[in-house]
Design a protein. Structure first.
Length: 135
């Protein structure tokens, strides 16, 4: 009479199996979410690393900017450059509009961190320019 019924043991084992399979299923879904988050983080870190390589090379940015600003076609624009520790300020009070198009084409097609840009029309053919580029 005090024997344990084998049906009770089977039900208990079946119940334990259901609980274990449910916890394993939830662990698998958490693992899949963690893998997806890792892939996304890896992609983001790779992108940020590439951007850091492009924007943080101060010497390269300075040299390429000086090369652009020293072009013979821009000398008539009377561009004033003020190099600071972490940025450069570019000013011109009487720049020809064609020179502005050339300068903007060169600057916008490269990877510069332009903090501020102000262009005002003085006449049909001349503009004033104020720009700050950070690195």
């Amino acid at each position: 009479m005090s024997r344990i019924n084998p049906v009770h043991i089977a039900v208990l084992l079946l119940l334990a199996l259901v609980v274990v399979s449910f916890s394993l299923s939830s662990a698998n879904s958490e693992l899949k979410e963690a893998k997806d988050a890792y892939k996304e983080t890896l992609k983001l870190s790779t992108d940020l690393s590439a951007l850091k390589g492009v924007y943080s090379d101060k010497i390269k940015v300075k040299k390429s900017l000086q090369k652009i600003l020293s072009q013979p076609s821009l000398r008539s624009s009377k561009i004033i450059q003020n190099f600071k520790k972490s940025s450069v300020t570019i000013n011109s009070e009487g720049m020809d509009i064609n020179d502005l198009n050339l300068l903007m084409g060169k600057l916008l097609n490269n990877s510069y961190n332009i903090k501020s840009l102000s262009i005002h029309r003085l006449s049909d053919t001349h503009v004033s320019l104020k720009m700050e580029i950070k690195w």
